[in-house]
Write a protein that binds this ligand. Structure first.
Ligand code: ZN
Length: 435
C-alpha cells in the first residue's frame, strides 16, 4: 500500500456523512465530541479546542496571516476608477454618542458617504473572471429550510458564506436541520458564523436564554451548546468561525458573531469598549470580514427609522482593517450593498422583515492572491482534511529519510494525516472563550 493510499483511507474514515449520524456525544467540558453512527459504531469526529483565554485569541489573530505578504484585495474605489480614499476618522462629538447610533450617524454622514450600489451587480454578477474567488453570500435564513419556506436559488461559487441567524432560537433540532441542508449544498467551501438568534452557539449565555426561550431542560445547557458546535464542525467542507479566520486561495476571511446589545440574545455586547475589543481581534489586511451585525451607516437602517449599526466596527473597518468587503445580516430590511469609497458593505439578509426568505443571495468576486505554489496549495484546500494531509504527505516525500525507508514513510504518513485531521478539527472549533 502506498503512503498516499494510507492517507486516502485515513481521510475517508475521518470524513463522515452527516446522514449516517444518529447521535452526538460530548464531554461536560465540551472538549471531545463523538458521534454514534447508524451502523452502531462510534467515532470521534471532532476534538473541540480547550477553552481559550482571550490572550490566546489575540495572539492567534496576530499570527493568522503571517505567511501571506501580498497586498489586500482591491478596494471598491479601484473598481470604479476613482482614487482610493480612506474616510475621515470619526469625530469626538460623534464618538460621545456611541450609545445613540442614529444621532452619531447624523454627525458622521456629514463627512463621509454610504453610497448604495446597484443590487443587480450582486444578484446578477458578470461571468467570473479567471483567477478570482467567487463568494456567494446569504444570512438570516432563520430555519426557512425547516419551515418549508422555499429559499431563493443559490448560484454557483467557490465559497458560500452564511453571516448568522441560521435558526429561529438555536434549538438543537434547528441546528441539525440547518447542518443537513447546508451540508447538502454543492459549494466546495462553506463558512458560517452564528448570530443573535442562534442561542445554543453562545455557551456563556445559553444557561439563561435556554430557560427564557423554553428550550428542553432534558439537555444541560453547556452540553447542548457543545453539541451545537460539534454539529456545525461536522458539516463537510465547512468552517465555523468565531473570532477566528481562514483563507481561500490567499483571500483572507474573518468571522465574528457579536453585535451591540439587544435584549440579551446571544453574542450581545454593550456598545463601546466591549464591542471594540472584539473588532480589535480582526487582523489588519483581512479581505473579507464577516460579522453578524452591520457597521454604523451601512445596511443598518431599521424600519423604525433608527440605525442599529456599530460605531466602533465602522471605525475599525475604515481606519485599520480596510477590507475589500464586509458581509453581514441582522437588520433584514437593510438588505443590499453600499460603499464608503474603499470597502463594500454587503447586507446579505435572506429573510425579509417578516421572516420570508425572499432576498436573493449576493455574489462578488475577489482576485485570488496566490503564486503557482500557493495555487497548488489552494487546490488542496478545497477539501480541508484532504488538503492538510496531502501537504504533510508532500513534506514527507521531500525528506531523504523517506526515500531510503519507504515503509517507515507509510507509517509516518498515517500519523501525520491523523495529526493534520486533528488540526483541521481544532481550527473549526473557534478561538474564543465565549464562542
Ligand atoms: Zn435575523
Amino acid at each position: 500500500m502506498t503512503a498516499f493510499t494510507t492517507h486516502a483511507i485515513a481521510l475517508a474514515s475521518a470524513r463522515t456523512s452527516l446522514r449516517s449520524v444518529t447521535s452526538v456525544v460530548t464531554d461536560r467540558d465540551g472538549r471531545r465530541t463523538e458521534q454514534r453512527l447508524a451502523d452502531g459504531s462510534e467515532e470521534v469526529v471532532a476534538t473541540l479546542p480547550p477553552v481559550a483565554v482571550e490572550q490566546q485569541a489575540e495572539q492567534k489573530s496576530a499570527d493568522m496571516y503571517s505567511d501571506l505578504t501580498l497586498p489586500q484585495a482591491e478596494p471598491e474605489s479601484t473598481r470604479t476608477g476613482s482614487t482610493p480614499t480612506t474616510p475621515p476618522p470619526i469625530s469626538a462629538a460623534a464618538r460621545s454618542l456611541v450609545d445613540e447610533p442614529t444621532r452619531a450617524w447624523q454627525i458622521i454622514s456629514a463627512k463621509q458617504q454610504a453610497r448604495p450600489l446597484p443590487l443587480e451587480r450582486f444578484t446578477r454578477p458578470p461571468a467570473q473572471a479567471p483567477g478570482t474567488v467567487r463568494f456567494v453570500c446569504i444570512s438570516d435564513t432563520h430555519s426557512a429550510e425547516a419551515r418549508g419556506r422555499p429559499l431563493p436559488a443559490l448560484p454557483d461559487g467557490d465559497v458560500l458564506l452564511h453571516a448568522g441567524d441560521f435558526t429561529q432560537t438555536g434549538r438543537l433540532e434547528e441546528i441539525a436541520s440547518f447542518c443537513k441542508w447546508f451540508g447538502s449544498l454543492p459549494h466546495k467551501r462553506k463558512i458560517v458564523i452564528a448570530g443573535n438568534h442562534d442561542l445554543s452557539l453562545h455557551g456563556a449565555s445559553y444557561g439563561d436564554t435556554s430557560r427564557r426561550f423554553g428550550h428542553p431542560a432534558s439537555t444541560e445547557p453547556a452540553e447542548a451548546s457543545a453539541q451545537a458546535r460539534a454539529m456545525l464542525s461536522a458539516i463537510p467542507n465547512c468552517e465555523y468561525l468565531c473570532d477566528s479566520g481562514t483563507s481561500v486561495r490567499g483571500v483572507r476571511v474573518w468571522g465574528s458573531p457579536w453585535q451591540p446589545w439587544f435584549h440579551d440574545w446571544a453574542f450581545n455586547l454593550p456598545r463601546g469598549d466591549a464591542c471594540r475589543r472584539k473588532w480589535e481581534l480582526i487582523p489588519a489586511g483581512t479581505d473579507v470580514v464577516m460579522t453578524h451585525g452591520p457597521a454604523l451607516g451601512h445596511g443598518d437602517l431599521c424600519s423604525s427609522g433608527m440605525r442599529a449599526g456599530c460605531l466602533d466596527l465602522l471605525d475599525e473597518l475604515q481606519q485599520r482593517i480596510r477590507p475589500a468587503y464586509h458581509v453581514f445580516g441582522h437588520i433584514h430590511e437593510g438588505y443590499g450593498a453600499t460603499t464608503d469609497g474603499r470597502t463594500t458593505y454587503v447586507n446579505a439578509s435572506t429573510c425579509t422583515l417578516r421572516y420570508r426568505p425572499d432576498h436573493a443571495p449576493l455574489v462578488f468576486d475577489v482576485p485570488a492572491r496566490e503564486s503557482q505554489a500557493e495555487a497548488l496549495a489552494a487546490d488542496m484546500e478545497a477539501a480541508e482534511l484532504e488538503a492538510l494531509a496531502v501537504r504533510e504527505f508532500m513534506k514527507l516525500h521531500a525528506t531523504p529519510r523517506d526515500e531510503q525507508h519507504g515503509s517507515d514513510g507509510e507509517e509516518t504518513a498515517a500519523a501525520l494525516a491523523e495529526a493534520a485531521a486533528a488540526r483541521a478539527m481544532r481550527r473549526k472549533g473557534g478561538g474564543h472563550e465565549l464562542c
